[in-house]
Design a protein around this ligand. Structure first.
Ligand SMILES: *Cc1c(COP(=O)(O)O)cnc(C)c1O
Length: 364
């Protein structure tokens, strides 16, 4: 029995990443660590080539197609180690032949640009660096002669998010690490989507990559085996030992999402959570949002700060007393950041809003 490892106190976990996972997923994962599939063996001590694990990998790949509403005829799905950061290198390594276009919307986008520049010609076709990444660039032009355009759908550190995606005539590549499966999108506009699992779809250690088959055909040849997408796709994401346990927990999380009603159901809850918190930030005389363009504010990472930063320790005391965790802003930005990932219940947002109201009553 695992009842002795259950959580003793309800903590409202707003961590930006690794982020909150559903309680039932954690319970099932904990059980699989001891006795997986009634094999009387731990998932951590069986072969990734066993029938039982092959089913896990199969389902983890299929659930991505299901949630994106695309078919295995059009797209391949793989899971790799190395984080989203390895994809900053693998995307240009596989697809940058002539030149690539990038949009710079923050720290992660900048890191992707840095890697691509090491491998070929890169044009930054739009950037919001001029205003501390406080908005999403719009209406920029991308010529037809680029191998691809790379964007970051949600900027985890600055709290901005594309609400619509650029319409371009070149393959669209997207880092969706921090808002994958948080809202309904038309996945078919993308040629490649990647996401480190630890923000919104599982634990750290696995990165999901979904690639359109006709885009894959354009990839370069003569690549290093392990860094070639084709290697992993041909082998069903089992060329070498995959991140066995992280992929299993991703599978459980995507199953949970299906049980919740899927992406369109979770989107409604996510919108309500974000609406509640932004409404309080805008109403409360003690706080201000840090994103300049309100229409670009992220529904996943809500960034705000105190108008009087000298009161930070007082505010910190209040939210810690309410069992809130993980709302300190990124070290580059400061202030506060509440991450509202899929697994965060709306009750946690209500607790944070109450704390903000109490803070105003006490210190305004
Ligand atoms: C966290 C994050 C990354 C980096 O992910 P790693 O898995 O740590 O490499 C990349 N892009 C975005 C948008 C992120 O939020």
């Amino acid at each position: 029995m695992l009842s002795n490892v259950s959580k003793k106190v309800k903590v409202h976990n707003f961590s930006a990443g690794p982020g909150i996972l559903p309680e039932e997923v954690l319970q099932e994962a904990a059980e699989a660590c001891i006795n997986f599939d009634n094999l009387n063996l731990s998932l951590l001590e069986i072969s990734h080539r066993s029938k039982n694990y092959e089913k896990v990998m199969e389902e983890a790949r299929q659930l991505v197609l299901d949630h994106f509403e695309v078919s295995a005829d059009e797209y391949d799905v793989i899971y790799l180690g190395g984080g989203a950061s390895l994809q900053f290198a693998m995307v240009p390594y596989n697809f940058l032949k002539n030149k690539a276009a990038y949009v710079n919307t923050g720290v992660w986008a900048s890191k992707a640009i840095k890697e691509a520049k090491l491998l070929g010609n890169v044009d930054v076709v739009a950037s919001s660096e001029d205003k501390k990444f406080g908005y999403i660039p719009k209406n920029f032009q991308v010529g037809n002669d680029y191998d691809y355009l790379h964007i970051t759908s949600n900027n985890t550190i600055y709290g901005t998010q594309y609400k619509t995606f650029p319409k371009v005539n070149v393959p669209l590549v997207c880092d969706m690490s921090s808002d994958i499966f948080s809202r309904k999108i038309d996945a078919k506009q993308f040629s490649l989507i990647y996401a480190g699992a630890q923000k919104n779809m599982g634990p750290a250690g696995a990165t999901m990559i979904m690639i359109r088959k006709d885009f894959l055909e354009k990839s370069k040849t003569g690549l290093l085996t392990m860094l070639d997408y084709k290697t992993h796709i041909k082998a069903g994401s089992m060329f070498n030992t995959p991140p066995v346990f992280p992929v299993y927990v991703v599978m459980l999380t995507l199953r949970w999402l299906k049980k919740m009603g899927g992406v369109s159901a979770i989107e409604k809850i996510n919108e309500e959570k974000a609406r509640l918190l932004y409404a309080e930030i805008d109403r409360n005389s003690m706080f201000e949002g840090t994103v300049i363009a309100k229409e670009d504010r992220s529904n996943m990472n809500v960034c705000f700060r105190l108008k009087n930063e000298a009161l930070e320790s007082e505010f910190d005391k209040l939210w810690k007393e309410a069992n809130i965790s993980g709302i300190r802003g990124h070290r580059d930005v400061g202030g506060y950041r509440a991450s509202l990932y899929n697994a965060l219940p709306i009750e946690s947002v209500k607790v944070l809003v109450e704390v903000m109201q109490e803070f105003e009553r006490k210190f305004a």
